[in-house]
Design a protein. Structure first.
Ligand SMILES: Cc1cc2nc3c(=O)[nH]c(=O)nc-3n(C[C@H](O)[C@H](O)[C@H](O)COP(=O)(O)O)c2cc1C
Length: 219
């Protein structure tokens, strides 16, 4: 595929056929994804390929608490889980809100689930002492994650980045024997999508780009 076509059509695949994804194909995707940039070229990524049903079910189970919170905040008209605006949703409401009905199938029905971790002992986190949530360490792993998405698309497959189960990172670390200094960064599903979407909707450039200053002229 032509690069801009891949970039414009790498959608979040939500439903997959039963077609298995071979280890050879996964290897090829990862063998290309590994050329992603990372701070200091530290390449702190680590990938766990999950195909066993019991493990996929565990991931789906760990996703439930955060998925309920996400759904409850969304129903309240909030931007779920943001770190700026305090939530008005109480614990009882969260407990009474069901998670998305498709939550379990997200993981269980996907031919492959990739757990992508990053080694925090090699990543420079320049913003760790700022009084806001850290984002810079993510910059050393998400280019790699996105390369996997692009590679999957290029192979006629589809992928989806998920993060909801990471709220239960300690449980993921225990189940998958991940050392404590590895942060779980993404839980990706990969497979042959039932349908390849070709038209994604996104904000236009003029909505997010200004010249010279944040409040400058729109590009
Ligand atoms: C950092 C990140 C976290 C995400 N987490 C989740 C998630 O936990 N569950 C989920 O269903 N989708 C998740 N997504 C997928 C987005 O919701 C999806 O990319 C967005 O809705 C756009 O969909 P489209 O690419 O098909 O247009 C995540 C995407 C990113 C980049």
């Amino acid at each position: 595929m032509e690069l801009y076509d891949v970039m414009r059509t790498a959608f979040s695949a939500r439903e997959y056929t039963d077609e298995p994804v071979s280890d050879e194909l996964l290897y090829r995707i990862l063998d290309n994804a590994r050329f992603a940039s990372s701070g200091g070229k530290r390449q702190g990524w680590r990938v766990i390929v999950v195909k066993e049903i019991e493990s996929k079910e565990k991931i789906a189970e760990y996703a439930v608490p955060c998925a309920k919170k996400y759904a409850a905040q969304r129903l309240a008209g909030e931007n779920p889980l943001n770190t700026i605006d305090p939530s008005s949703v109480d614990e009882e409401t969260i407990q009474n809100t069901p998670p998305s009905s498709k939550l379990k199938m997200t993981y269980v029905d996907a031919p492959v689930v990739l757990i992508v971790c990053v080694d925090l002992s090699v990543v420079a986190s320049m913003d760790s002492e700022l009084r806001r949530v850290g984002v810079v360490s993510g910059a050393s792993i998400y280019p790699f994650v996105w390369n996997i998405m692009l590679g999957a698309k290029n192979e006629g497959l589809g992928g989806r980045i998920t993060t909801i189960p990471i709220a239960e990172e300690t449980k993921l670390q225990k189940h998958f024997r991940i050392p404590g200094h590895f942060a779980v960064s993404a839980i990706m599903t990969i497979g042959k999508p039932v349908k390849q979407l070709t038209k994604l909707s996104r904000k236009p450039v003029s909505e997010f780009t200004t010249m010279e200053y944040f409040d400058g002229k729109k590009l």
